[in-house]
Design a protein around this ligand. Structure first.
Ligand SMILES: [Zn+2]
Length: 415
């Protein structure tokens, strides 16, 4: 509780949050680092990494202005129809829409944007409506390219903006999750036009208009963004005792969202991780414990931006270092007000020997101590643990903790 009160005070003193763009994040990191240095003999390392933080200012717009008027709803304001992609620049353009009319999506011209020849006859200054199609048929047709490459080809052909869609999205009224970001490559390719993703309902409406008036559809795209180049950090504290070839990594993200102090998400994991480190240090100091495995406590930065810190950490480990990790435990939101105690069963990629071993251990522990409950491990769980992103068996043992109240009526605490 002492750590949580400190995190709340840090948020209160810094505009109510511990977001990576604000001092609330660096003060959180400083608190963890100084507490570890003061109270443990662990090796404490601060691992800085660069992060490009994009924030959308105000509400972006996507409208059809001719031949009929239609305004589409922005994903970030509770709408479901469009969103600007990350790494797309800001901009405000109104121009003719160029794209496939109804029923001609995958015929000719291809409109995937993967080749400059897709833009033969493209009217300079127009907005390109590009279909991503399903990856498999695109691959088979040799059409696979990144969103950034398609946007760069459109830009090269003189486009003022790009609208991307996926014809194979199962839900017409939602934007596929894959259509989120152009990635760093957009900067490398010099894409300086706005790029939006839309759901298939929008596409149907635009295509209908294109069928009726192939050159008479006009669209307005507007988005304003701020971009800051930040240096964020992870904190990594490792015990001096224990087998370094079989490390147990205990992680939690220490950043919070902009909307609040982040005491459950993830002050709860941050504080638990810190208190575990301090308790372990005290036990080791008193000689009350002999460590079998070396323990590494990690506090990740920029998790809320998409697991940036933990991915950075994993990406900068050598294969040899990876092979020395026996297990990873991840704590995110473990102060659910509406919990069930249980153990998550791994599935799919996580169904590895170490994950199974961990699950068995937890089932034993929970069975002895508490009323155990099994629950399927969700894809979200997989995402939370970026360590598993490298898909190495040694790293994919995982503990999931509670979700917050807004995720549903019944919550889980695992581990
Ligand atoms: Zn979280």
């Amino acid at each position: 509780m002492k750590h949580l009160r400190t995190l709340q005070t840090i948020a209160d003193d810094n505009g109510g949050n511990r977001d990576i763009a604000e001092d609330g994040f660096s003060e959180t990191a400083n608190y963890i680092e100084s507490t570890l240095r003061e109270h443990t003999d662990f090796t404490v390392e601060v691992q800085p990494f660069p992060y490009r933080l994009e924030r959308i200012v105000g509400s972006p717009l996507l409208e059809m202005t001719a031949p009929t008027a239609a305004t589409f709803s922005y994903r970030g304001s509770g709408g479901r129809q469009f969103r600007p992609l990350s790494y797309s620049v800001g901009g405000d353009v109104t121009a003719q829409l160029w794209g496939p009319p109804d029923g001609q999506a995958r015929t000719h011209p291809p409109h995937h944007g993967c080749s400059p020849t897709d833009f033969i006859g493209f009217p300079a200054g127009a907005i390109a409506l590009l279909e991503r199609g399903d990856t498999e048929s695109m691959l088979a047709a040799g059409l696979e390219c990144t969103f950034a490459e398609a946007a760069a080809n459109a830009h090269e052909a003189g486009a003022a903006g790009v609208i991307l869609f996926d014809a194979n999205s199962p839900n017409h009224d939602s934007i596929p999750r894959s259509l989120r970001s152009l990635g760093q490559q957009a900067l490398e390719l010099g894409v300086t036009i706005p790029v939006f993703a839309v759901n298939f309902d929008v596409v149907l409406e635009l295509r209908q208009a294109l069928t009726a008036a192939p050159t008479g559809v006009r669209v307005h795209m507007m988005v304003s963004k701020t971009v800051s180049e930040l240096t964020v950090s992870n904190i990594i504290a490792t015990t001096r005792q224990g087998d370094p070839d079989n490390k147990v990594v205990v992680g939690s993200h220490m950043d919070g969202v902009r909307a609040g102090p982040g005491i459950n998400d993830n002050g709860s994991g941050t504080a638990t991780n810190l208190e575990m480190a301090l308790s372990l240090a005290r036990l080791l100091e008193r000689g009350a414990l002999a460590l079998t495995n070396q323990v590494r406590f990690c506090w990740w930065g920029a998790e809320e931006e998409g697991l940036v810190g933990s991915r950075w950490y994993v990406d900068h480990l050598s294969d040899e270092e990876i092979s020395r990790v026996a297990l990873n435990l991840n704590y995110d939101m473990i102060a659910s007000p509406n919990y069930i105690i249980g153990t998550v069963r791994p599935f799919g990629d996580l169904h590895t020997i170490s994950a199974q071993h961990l699950t068995r251990l937890l089932l034993q522990y929970n069975g002895a101590q508490l009323a155990g409950t099994d629950a399927p491990m969700t894809q979200q769980t997989v995402c939370v643990n970026a360590i598993s992103a490298r898909r190495l068996p040694a790293l994919t043992g995982l503990v999931r903790t509670g979700l917050s109240r807004h995720h549903g009526d019944v919550q889980w605490i695992f581990g």
